[in-house]
Design a protein around this ligand. Structure first.
Ligand SMILES: [Zn+2]
Ligand SMILES: [Zn+2]
Length: 385
């Protein structure tokens, strides 16, 4: 990013914070949290602490950074180096990212550039450059309405598992659009606050449906057919057994009145253990939530602060009061429609506030502020001289 563009973005962020500083959310136990931020010169500042939300707001307004973060954990001394902080516990957090899902739209809007030979193509990044076989490949992703909808579905599945299997009240799950690629879910003050990394890792496996086997449903390779129907779960059974049963009933397109125990018995008898196992694995993968395991297990993680701007998009990390109806490319827009001239290097088609923009290639164009900042932040454009 050139100097002129970064100065422009910082100025726009400052103007935004000046008018909306109250909308920045203060995390609970603010004195015990570590804060950090990244400047528009890409310098990361960490190990900051604040006594109260006023101090926090004043600093954000003064610096108007590219990105602001807070620790999901709380510490004795949050401003000391990591090993001296004194870990006391942490929120339970989950991160869902559109670019880890295999949404079909990604081949239309993602792009990669080989750092070695310069080859570039639209589509999902290959493991090796087809031209020079190099592996230093840079990815340029955006998230469109379609893959963000897919990410939202993962968040809805995760909410369902947290509520029904862990007994967490819906009101205690804070759900946010991340400002760019997906969703963050966070549970403060839960029974899991003091859970260590191993426990958190088990919970990741549970919510993502990993390691669920036919044996958990009551059948094995050598299973006899006797009483099989009684071993299978009913549709209303809680936890993963019921979830798998409901998924398979849906997928088999069976009549509503048929019970899942009958459906599963017929399926097992028809396809045998090996294919049944594959069907179960598929059902577990599809019914579980695809999350970034590192965010949940890493207790020293910092996450974007709710109510702040994402430096790459100019969109807000925004609380979803009603996730089902939340529309990130409308509801998280921070900047308005004042026209501004930018020089776009290369951009796929994207849409904000139901208006479509691009694709653009090496052109000087006037755009509404929200669209200009969306491209400037991702280094796809620069401000016109
Ligand atoms: Zn190459
Ligand atoms: Zn997409």
């Amino acid at each position: 990013m050139d100097k002129k563009t970064s100065i422009f973005l910082k100025k726009k962020f400052k103007e935004y914070y000046f008018r909306h500083i109250e909308a920045i959310e203060s995390p609970s136990r603010i004195k015990e949290r570590e804060f950090g931020y990244m400047t528009f010169d890409r310098i990361m500042i960490r190990h900051i602490s604040f006594q109260n939300s006023g101090d926090m707001q004043a600093r954000i307004l003064k610096e108007s950074p590219n990105s602001v973060y807070y620790s999901t954990s709380f510490y004795e001394e949050p401003s000391l180096p990591m090993h001296e902080k004194g870990w006391k516990g942490g929120d339970f957090t989950f991160d869902i990212d559109a670019d880890t899902l295999s949404s079909p739209c990604r081949k239309d809007h993602d792009k990669w550039i080989c750092r070695i030979c310069g080859m570039q193509q639209v589509g999902i990044k290959p493991k090796k450059c087809p031209s020079c076989k190099g592996t230093r490949i840079h990815e340029i992703n955006i998230a469109c309405g379609i893959c963000l909808d897919d990410a939202k579905n993962e968040a809805i599945k995760l909410q369902d598992i947290l509520i029904n299997d862990f007994g967490i009240q819906k009101a205690n799950i804070d759900t946010f659009f991340s400002g760019s690629m997906g969703y963050h879910l966070s549970i403060a003050n839960s029974d899991f606050a003091e859970a260590n990394q191993a426990v958190r890792s088990d919970i990741v496996d549970y919510v993502s449906g990993q390691a669920f086997l036919p044996e958990s449903l009551g059948v094995s390779r050598k299973s006899s057919y006797e009483n099989m129907i009684d071993r299978f779960p009913s549709e209303s059974e809680k936890g993963w057994r019921g979830r798998i049963a409901r998924y398979l009933k849906d997928q088999q397109n069976r009549e509503k009145h048929m019970d899942t125990q009958m459906i599963l018995t017929e399926l097992f008898q028809k396809v045998g253990y090996r294919k049944f196992k594959l069907a179960i694995e598929e059902a577990a993968k599809k019914s579980g939530a695809t999350i970034d395991p590192a965010v949940t297990t890493d207790i020293h993680r910092i996450l974007r602060l709710p109510g702040t701007l994402h430096g790459k998009t100019g969109l807000l990390k925004k609380r979803c009061k009603n996730l089902e109806n939340f529309s990130p490319l409308d509801d998280a827009i921070a900047f308005g429609s004042d026209p501004i001239k930018v020089i776009v290097d290369d951009s796929p088609q994207f849409s904000l506030m139901e208006e479509q923009f691009g694709p653009f290639k090496s052109e000087s164009i006037e755009l509404p502020m929200m669209a200009a900042i969306y491209l400037l932040g991702q280094d796809m454009a620069k401000v016109d001289e």
